[in-house]
Write a protein that binds this ligand. Structure first.
Ligand code: B16
Ligand code: MG
Length: 217
């Protein structure tokens, strides 16, 4: 039975991808790197460090570690500053209602995001207190598509993995959920997320009723 729901953040609860894009774009321009929407697509659900590697590879350049460190700091500073523009209105349609509904029904919720800024994002959105736990990506050894962050999230809410559903928008995230042995709901398209147990294009359709059906399927 459904006892826990584990949520990705960017692309599931809020569109922070556009803010990540602007921050990477500013940093790329400043450092003479090419960066566009197409490259940004490859950064969805990917850690900050791995994102920079993708951008450098795309530009066919390699940088020493200290330069990478400095630019990662620069990017995060720009990103965190841009979070000031976030308001509760930026929560995707139906998601706050779902979190409230899950709480009412004593179903535990946790965030399983690759972002080190997940808490501050949820704070700005006014939904942080609707989660029972936020899995700490800093304590996770390997990132998605490995299952570790979802297993950590399930452990933090004390729910056995077979009673959990993971919700993700990125292919690597769906793979991570399936590797954790959990049911996976994708936000996106069936073609983009073929491994998911169910796919929705609109977060308004992600209801407690729907999740109950997925866990029973
Ligand atoms: P930060 P998610 C991911 O969020 C984003 O999709 C990805 O673009 C970003 O690089 C990553 O978080 C790390 O974010 O720089 O804030 O630590 O989809 O896993 O919620
Ligand atoms: Mg995501």
């Amino acid at each position: 039975s459904l006892q826990g729901v584990l949520f990705d953040l960017d692309g599931v609860i809020v569109d922070t991808a556009k803010l990540h894009f602007l921050a990477w774009k500013a940093v790329s321009d400043e450092n003479g790197l090419h960066f566009d929407e197409e490259v940004n697509q490859r950064l969805l659900g990917v850690s900050r460090e791995a994102s920079l590697e993708i951008i450098l590879e795309h530009n066919k350049v390699s940088w020493p570690d200290d330069k990478k460190k400095q630019v990662l700091k620069q990017k995060n500073k720009a990103y965190v500053a841009s979070l000031d523009t976030l308001t509760p209105d930026d929560v995707y349609p139906g998601m706050r209602e779902l979190l409230v509904d899950l709480k009412k029904n004593s179903i535990k919720t946790a965030l399983a995001s690759a972002s080190k800024n997940a808490e501050i994002v949820c704070l700005k959105l006014g939904i942080l207190d609707l989660f029972d736990a936020v899995a700490d990506v800093r304590k996770v050894q390997v990132s998605k598509p490995e299952p570790d962050i979802f297993l950590a999230a399930a452990e933090q809410i004390g729910v056995w993995y077979t009673n959990c559903i993971g919700v993700e928008d990125a292919k690597a995230g769906i793979t991570a959920i399936k590797k954790a042995g959990m049911k996976a709901v994708g936000i996106g398209t069936e073609q983009g997320l073929p491994e998911a147990d169910a796919v929705l294009s609109d977060t308004r359709e992600l209801t407690l009723d729907f999740l109950q059906k997925v866990i029973e399927s």
